[in-house]
Design a protein around this ligand. Structure first.
Ligand SMILES: [Zn+2]
Length: 85
């Protein structure tokens, strides 16, 4: 756990290290999504609820932003609950 991360990490590692709780609305699975290379957010695959977008500017920032999006989700700070369609 305390090991320093290597500088270059595989694309999948960000997803692997961030644990997402179930959706606060419907209990569905949360998915960490990246938007056009500038931000991360978490969206529910079942009801479409999602967190705010966590923007980043640099590669280092990118990982931190992904983590923040995961934290928002896990704190149930979901800003947009799409109505069921
Ligand atoms: Zn949901």
């Amino acid at each position: 756990m305390g090991d320093n991360m290597k500088m270059q990490d595989a694309e999948g590692s960000i997803h692997a290290e961030i644990h997402l709780e179930d959706c606060p609305y419907c209990g569905g699975p949360g998915l960490l999504e990246e938007e056009n290379g500038w931000c991360w957010y978490v969206v529910c695959l079942d009801c479409g609820a999602q967190t705010a977008e966590m923007a980043y500017k640099t590669t280092e920032d990118r990982r931190a932003a992904a983590r923040r999006a995961g934290e928002l989700w896990n704190m149930r700070k979901v800003v947009n609950a799409a109505p069921g369609e």
